[in-house]
Design a protein around this ligand. Sequence first.
Ligand SMILES: Nc1ncnc2c1ncn2[C@@H]1O[C@H](COP(=O)(O)OP(=O)(O)OP(=O)(O)O)[C@@H](O)[C@H]1O
Ligand SMILES: [Mg+2]
Length: 584
Amino acid sequence: MKSLSYLNKYFFKYKWHLLLGILFTIVSNYFGVKMPVYVKETVDDFMTNTNFTKVDSVLLLSLKLGGIYMFLSIAKGFFLFLMRQTIIVMSRLIEFDLKNEIYTQYQNLDAPFYKRNSTGDLMNRISEDVSQVRMYLGPGIMYSINLVVLFFMVIYQMIAINPILTFFVLLPLPIMSVLIYFVSTKMNQLSGKVQEEQSALSTIAQESFAGMRVIKAYSREKEIWEGFSSSSSAYKKRTMKLVFVNSLFMPTMMFLIGLSTLIAIYLGGLMVYEKTISLGGIVAFIFFVNNLTWPFASIGWVTSLIQRAAASQKRINEFLIQHPEVVSTNQTPFVFNGKIEFSHVSFTYSNTGIQAIKDISFTVNKGETLAIIGRTGSGKSTLLSLLMRQFDVTSGNIFVDGNEIKSINLETFRNQTGIVPQDVFLFSDTIKNNLQFGSVSNHVTMEQLVQVTKAAHVYHNIQDFPDQFETVLGERGVNLSGGQKQRVSIARALLRNPKLLLLDDCLSAVDTETEEIILSNLKKMEKERTSIIVSHRISAVRNANKIIVIDGGEVVESGSHNSLMMENGIYAEMYAKQLAEEKS
Ligand SMILES: Nc1ncnc2c1ncn2[C@@H]1O[C@H](COP(=O)(O)OP(=O)(O)OP(=O)(O)O)[C@@H](O)[C@H]1O
Ligand SMILES: [Mg+2]
């Protein structure tokens, strides 16, 4: 329950909605409670009126009663409408704010956080959990206020008519609340499980659609279908249970209301006989019982709803209280000149305990190109993540223009950096918008687009598409070839005219000829730029000013192409192997 107190700040923000909501609830219930009172008076009037045999007076009485009843119903309904318009609207406004708050927090959090938590979990908290919380903010609050207000008003009126009958008629209602609490809790548990099955089912479906090409290529349709089918039948089983418990809900309620009404009629009848209550009084009691039924039923429902909301809010709070490990406190914009230095840098992934970087040192000066080459899993991508400060080093230091990387303004440093990641990510949007994503300014001219796409040697491909720069890419850019995706991604990085360019194995899917064209294009623009190129291929790195060979997270060789060839070590061995492969 404590977790829900986090939401109090929002109640304060929307205090007028809440206060007006309470006011409208009181007014609406006032009209509601008045109805049985008028019915009672009319019936009693009717019974005691000696003229009641006259058709005229019966008609008059009925018209009067009908008129009042209609007025009260309309008034009650109108304020009921206003009550929902304030409280339910408030819950939707808070839902909106809460989603934005969570999303902003997600964006603040850093790479280590995203390594720890799965996408499904992140999605669930911002959608499913927020919905649960909204049920508390809207219906939960609304029915609670309504119950309190109505309870006091109705009980007051009932006691005024007959305290003893009030006591007996109310007896079954707490039982109903408790029963409904159990039924609702069971229902919530079951629907929680149904939700789980549902998300398992959609994960299977989503993954199999995404991997349909692989599934068909390996003709594994049958196995995948069996997996889907068994998950689907688990889902069906759960829903059947839910349907069963659901069906118990209404009959239980009807039974207990029936019991209250029966008590009102039976005991009331005896009392009329003893003349301790009027006939109108009993009629009013039956109305009151009906008035109280739903609010009492809602106690159980609301209680279990609040429990669920508290559990959801607890999960949301877990994320909201997290602080990013990578923080940049310096507000002064950083202007990057071009020098990067790694000094005895080591790094261990905290989640797996793998030491990916061991005591690496090197320097790259302005305008130079550093190439990093090494086997798969040797720590090349990790090195670039450290330079982008996606993670902080475990020991050692990274200096940017002689400043410790932790001390500079990270946002402005990243704005001057263009990275082409190893696993290309393109948005399902037009090629133009995907490219513009890389730009720091909002205005990108056609010339700029042409220039960068020509440099990345993808312009001629884009020209071949019917819609050219307006071509819409599928999810993750599926309608481009692997090499095209990589080159669009390079063009995107170039568009910001970065002072530091990081290429993470981004020419792996293009042939050596194209690779050469792109590298020589990059070389032309290189004077003002510091570049770091990661690759498996000697051809991509041989022209760099400096080459470091890493293995198992350590620098094993470094130097220029020529000096490394002279050393006759790993680099020379790789060169010989790749040369032989190319020839064969
Ligand atoms: N997010 C991560 N969490 C834990 N360990 C990781 C993570 N990413 C990489 N590693 C580990 O760190 C080591 C270095 O990985 P890295 O991705 O830097 O290699 P790489 O040289 O870029 O390889 P490749 O050439 O295949 O891209 C590997 O042993 C890998 O298992
Ligand atoms: Mg890599």
